[in-house]
Design a protein around this ligand. Structure first.
Ligand SMILES: [Fe+2]
Length: 258
């Protein structure tokens, strides 16, 4: 969460924001594959989006060393976010799994996948995050794993709750899990968010709405997968991440919200 409330800014309601979102939605080119960087309804993006076109850098002058992680560097237990405390965290247990793929559908193996998320009450452990929802002493909200030979990752966690943020009055983020992938060089790190199906907040959320292509929005929403659900224990969600090509998963600048 990032608060953008300015002292002299007029009070803005969800209705104000929704009207702005709708007018941009009407005018937008819905084939644009990336989000609109200058997307005024997402208030803090106004100040931090790039104002100049990207420049090609000479590959010889940038960091070429790749982060290398092997299966011995990351403990398999780090993929289970439900075991950090002495008791189980509160919330709906879920398994989130999927494959990291290149543009041709080939698995991307041995990739570090990191996630961070709010707890079931919509609260992060973060100094800037002070809304009155409880912290869970048994849930830190962070995990990581390495993709296997099929490019597959798998996390055991609890379903995050929606949370309020400072974009406007009564602004709430749809429930989501943040994902980071380091890729094959330090300059390739990608960050994105996975959402849950049928969230009623999609239409109201200026971050989700800053992506104008419905196909790209849909690609950020996990699919409920009954085969991933564990009988009597947890619900399963499947979500693939595509790194390149026309089906590439939408990613955001590193300075995104929490
Ligand atoms: Fe978040």
């Amino acid at each position: 969460m990032r608060s953008v409330t300015a002292p002299n800014r007029p009070v803005e309601t969800q209705a104000d924001l929704s009207a702005e979102i709708e007018s941009i939605e009407t005018a937008a080119d819905h084939t644009t594959p990336q989000p609109l960087l200058d997307y005024p309804p997402y208030r803090s993006s106004i100040l931090r989006h790039p104002t100049k076109d990207p420049r090609h850098a000479d590959p010889e002058t940038i960091e070429l060393w790749a982060p290398c992680f092997g299966h011995t560097d990351v403990d398999p237990l780090e993929a289970d976010l439900t075991i950090a405390g002495s008791n189980e965290p509160i919330g709906e247990r879920i398994t989130v799994s999927g494959r990291v793929l290149d543009g041709e559908g080939r698995p991307v193996r041995n990739q570090l996948v990191e996630i961070w998320q709010a707890n079931s009450a919509g609260r992060y452990i973060h100094k800037h995050e002070q809304h009155p929802a409880p912290l869970d002493p048994n849930f830190t909200g962070v995990g990581r794993c390495i993709t296997d030979a099929e490019g597959r990752y798998r996390f055991q966690t609890i379903k995050p709750g929606p949370y309020p943020w400072g974009n406007h009055v009564n602004a709430w983020r749809p429930a989501h899990i943040h994902f980071s992938l380091f890729g094959r060089a330090f300059t390739q790190r990608l960050i994105t968010q996975m959402y849950f199906p049928s969230d009623p907040l999609f239409a109201l959320d200026p971050i989700y709405q800053s992506i104008t292509s419905q196909k790209d929005r849909d690609a950020l929403v996990a699919t409920y997968d009954h085969d991933l659900s564990v009988p009597g224990f947890s619900m399963g969600y499947e979500w693939d991440i595509v790194l390149t090509g026309p089906s590439r998963t939408w990613t955001e600048p590193e300075e995104g919200d929490l």
